[in-house]
Ligand binder design. Structure first.
Ligand SMILES: CC(C)(COP(=O)(O)OP(=O)(O)OC[C@H]1O[C@@H](n2cnc3c(N)ncnc32)[C@H](O)[C@@H]1OP(=O)(O)O)[C@@H](O)C(=O)NCCC(=O)NCCSC(=O)CC(=O)CCCCCCCCCCCCC(=O)O
Ligand SMILES: NC(=O)C1=CN([C@@H]2O[C@H](COP(=O)(O)OP(=O)(O)OC[C@H]3O[C@@H](n4cnc5c(N)ncnc54)[C@H](O)[C@@H]3O)[C@@H](O)[C@H]2O)C=CC1
Length: 724
């Protein structure tokens, strides 16, 4: 797994473990043995380490953390030390990425050169660990403590130019990096190695170590409260400044071992792989990402340039695809274009994009009022108002004007995809593409497969989703799909708690302490109480209910008396400066608990004869989160979600669920399914009229197994009639 070849008097060691040359046991062994062989061979004068295929090694093999193989001899520390101790010059020739253990290997080398587009970094904090093969000890010795703190605690990638400026790279080379590495190695083969072994160097900005580390510690605690890895990184970097390498590495190892076995690291690593699994779809009948070829997409169109549509247009333009935007009238078209131009101007102002690139990107946009202009596009994404009649009208029109193999997609957040598709003569080429707001920023795409959607449509939409920078999750068709469906019991319970004894800030505090950045009632204020009021009215209408009658809507979980009372008083949320909270002024972000709201709630309870009680935080926590999780299990048992990992990715990327718990399903596995089922059954008995407390059959079955069933096997117990 590391190829050894000689080119004249240069030994070239290629890490060879496709696709990203992760440093699994055999690669480490190969590198270790290669250095030993080169050292022993008198004809070898210098050594080049590089990566086969598309990249230099991108780090330790994450899967080996759980299996324990990461510790097996030679572990990565031993490999890096072996390289550094070599008596012949060793040059790292970096192309693609040198991340984590890959960068550590290169810091063990005596020289580092990189291609113009290479990137380096320590992304370990993202998977709950630290650069534990000397990274926290060697990097500050090369570039100083301050930039090391930034790079290691942020996990960000550093481009070649910046890496050269910092001193991580000794040279940037054009052309083939291995050829250049060989040339470079020959040019230094007679240079003394004294001064090139990083572990022997001093940290340059050591005098400021305390001040730098104190401020970095305060910053990581503020930014990522509760996360173990960034704190351990700062601790380990402080040690680098204070102790010789041989002692520092021991402390780094001890911190690494603690992190490796932490629940946070397991959850974050689970999330890493779940995210990569998401785009690997399969549908009943067996067609899958591996068997179906997507159609090429050369151009797109978006119908409706409002809040969502304009963001969707930007995703398409950013991917370098031409996009037509259709609006209902000139006024709204102008508004949409202005919104898009404004966002690009903002990016230019912030230095995220050059003016020239913004201009070039915007030149791909073609605004129009004529549906006929869409006749040649490959994919249309509709983002008009959430109204079935209107969407059917739009799809009917699109079906007439678009070429027959064009795909027609809807950004609906709740509506029935099959009903929308029924307005066309091509239901096999209709799909949901549920973007999250703001669409240009949020990574998640919930792609909804209708009953007649063809596998090739799924393949094409999945490929397009990846091209526009999203993580696509394929789900089945039901009201709210997976994400919004699970949101419903969560927000319902949050509001019902208000009637029983809690106030908005008490509910939100519990949820925010759990790690969801904004509690459900603040979210209510953010989206607008008028919006949720209208949704309740529409859903009630669809179900043939009178939304003003408690007896009608309560059994369907559509009874929100506190929200209604606030709405009727014109408290529509942030935008009016008052909702579940008060705000300094309309549009302000800081939610302030409002005694007036507490009076409204108390008054409502008196009128209804409800004895308010003190609700313990644990009850708030369980009622909001466990009801949501129960619904997640229902999406699995019905085959709406294909895998628990998909449910988790939807909540991690779409709703701000804390990544260090892995997502609602992974979190459930950590609670223990038996215990979870017991609590859900308890609330079901207490609130038998609330359908969302009916325990999921899948959860019940899993909870009754003699031994806990690993999450990856839950699917074997779910429905055989997948609606995906
Ligand atoms: C690199 C990327 C940016 C590439 O992105 P992209 O091209 O989009 O491809 P992907 O789809 O992401 O990936 C393709 C494919 O590869 C898989 N993959 C990627 N990275 C890894 C990996 N690191 N390990 C395993 N597999 C990986 C990915 O899953 C895909 O496969 P698929 O899932 O089948 O589709 C991007 O991939 C990326 O960002 N990757 C992650 C990079 C990363 O996080 N690197 C850091 C890893 S952690 C690390 O390096 C740790 C260390 O620094 C130190 C380890 C020290 C160990 C020492 C332990 C011993 C200490 C104790 C001694 C004391 C003795 C005692 O007392 O016992
Ligand atoms: N707002 C949000 O946070 C999210 C909304 N969605 C969904 O996205 C869709 C759009 O929502 P928003 O962008 O928020 O609404 P919006 O009100 O901001 O924009 C809708 C746009 O559609 C245009 N429009 C209406 N009829 C049209 C027609 N016949 N032809 C062309 N354009 C037409 C309107 O002029 C308006 O600009 C809805 O289905 C909504 O459920 C999905 C995810 C999140």
């Amino acid at each position: 797994m590391a190829d050894y070849r000689k080119q004249g008097d240069v030994a070239v060691l290629h890490a060879n473990n496709p696709p990203v040359n992760a440093l699994s046991y055999h690669v480490r062994q190969g590198l270790y043995d290669g250095i030993e062989a080169a050292e022993k061979d008198p004809s070898v004068k210098c050594i080049v380490i590089c990566g086969k295929g598309k990249t230099f090694p991108v780090g330790a093999d994450i899967r080996e953390f759980a299996s324990g193989s990461a510790k097996k001899f030679p572990n990565l520390i031993e490999v890096c030390d072996k390289i550094e101790a070599c008596t012949k010059p060793v040059v790292a020739a970096i192309h693609g990425f040198a991340l984590g253990g890959g960068l550590e290997i290169s810091l063990g080398c005596h020289y580092r050169i990189g291609g113009t587009s290479c990137k380096v970094g320590f992304p370990e904090v993202n998977i709950g660990v630290l650069p534990g093969a000397g990274g926290t000890q060697r990097l500050p010795r090369v570039i100083g403590l301050k930039p090391s703190l930034d790079i290691i605690t942020s996990g960000c990638h550093v481009g070649a130019k910046e890496a050269l400026k910092l001193g991580i790279l000794d040279k940037i080379v054009q052309g083939d990096v291995v050829t250049e590495g060989i040339k470079f190695a020959k040019s230094v083969q007679n240079q003394p190695l004294h001064g090139r072994r990083v572990s022997t160097m001093a940290v340059p900005d050591v005098s400021q170590a305390n001040a730098l580390c104190n401020s970095a510690m305060a910053e990581v605690k503020r930014k990522s409260s509760g996360l173990l890895a960034p704190v351990a990184c700062v601790k380990s970097l402080r040690v680098a400044a204070q102790t010789p390498y041989k002692d520092g590495i021991k402390i780094e190892s001890a911190l690494m071992l603690q992190l490796m076995t932490s629940g946070q690291a397991k959850a974050l690593q689970y999330a890493f792989f779940a995210e990569r699994l998401a785009s690997k779809w399969q549908v009943p009948g067996g067609a899958s990402h591996a068997t179906v070829t997507p159609r090429p997409v050369k151009s797109c169109a978006v119908v409706g340039g409002g809040y969502m549509g304009s963001g969707i247009v930007m995703c398409i333009l950013n991917a370098g695809l031409p996009c037509i935007l259709v609006e209902a009238n000139q006024k709204f078209l102008d508004r949409g274009i202005k919104m898009i131009q404004g966002l690009y101007a903002g990016s230019v102002k912030l230095g995220k994009m050059s003016e020239q690139d913004a201009k070039k990107t915007l030149s791909l946009l073609k605004p129009t009022l004529r549906y006929e202009d869409l006749k040649d596009v490959d994919v249309v994404i509709e983002a008009v108002f959430e109204d079935m009649k209107l969407k059917q009208e739009v799809f009917g029109k699109l079906d007439k004007v678009c070429k027959k193999d064009a795909l027609l997609c809807s950004n609906t957040s709740t509506l029935n995809i099959d009903k929308i598709a029924s307005a066309t003569r091509r239901p096999d080429r209709v799909m949901g593409m549920h973007f999250f707001a703001p669409a240009y920023y949020m990574k998640l795409l919930e792609n909804i497969r209708g009953a007649e959607t063809s596998p090739q449509t799924v393949a094409t939409v999945t490929q397009l989703s990846v091209k526009i920078g999203k993580v696509p999750v394929l789900v089945g068709n039901c009201h709210g799909f997976v994400g919004n469906r699970m949101m419903a019991p969560y927000t319902t319970e949050a509001q019902r708690l208000l009637e029983e004894g809690a106030y908005p800030h008490q509910v939100d505090q519990v949820i925010e302490e759990f790690g969801i950045p904004i509690g459900p009632l603040k979210v209510g204020d953010l989206t607008g109480l008028d919006v949720s009021w209208k949704i309740t009215r529409e859903v009630s209408r669809m179900l043939g209910l009178d939304h003003t009658k408690r007896e009608d809507v309560e059994p369907f979980g559509l009874y929100f008396p506190v929200r209604n009372a606030l709405y009727e008083k014109g408290r529509l949320g942030r935008k009016t400066g008052a909702g579940f909270y008060k705000y300094e002024k309309a549009g302000s972000k800081v939610a302030i608990p409002d005694p007036l709201v507490m009076d409204i709630i108390d008054h409502h309870c008196r009128e209804e004869g409800i004895d308010r009680r003190r609700i313990p935080p644990q009850e708030i926590y369980e009622r909001c989160l466990y009801s949501l999780i129960n619904e997640g299990f229902k999406t699995l048992e019905e085959g709406i979600a294909a895998r628990p990992e998909d449910v988790d990715i939807i909540w991690l990327l779409g709703y701000g669920w804390p990544r260090y718990t892995g997502g609602p399903m992974h979190f459930a596995s950590q609670i223990g399914l038996r215990r979870l089922y017991g609590r859900i059954e308890y609330y079901h008995n207490k609130y038998p009229d609330r359908d969302h407390w009916t325990p999921s059959r899948l959860l019940k079955t899993l909870s009754q197994q003699e031994h806990p069933v690993p999450l990856a096997q839950w699917g074997q117990f779910a429905s055989t009639t997948s609606r995906l």
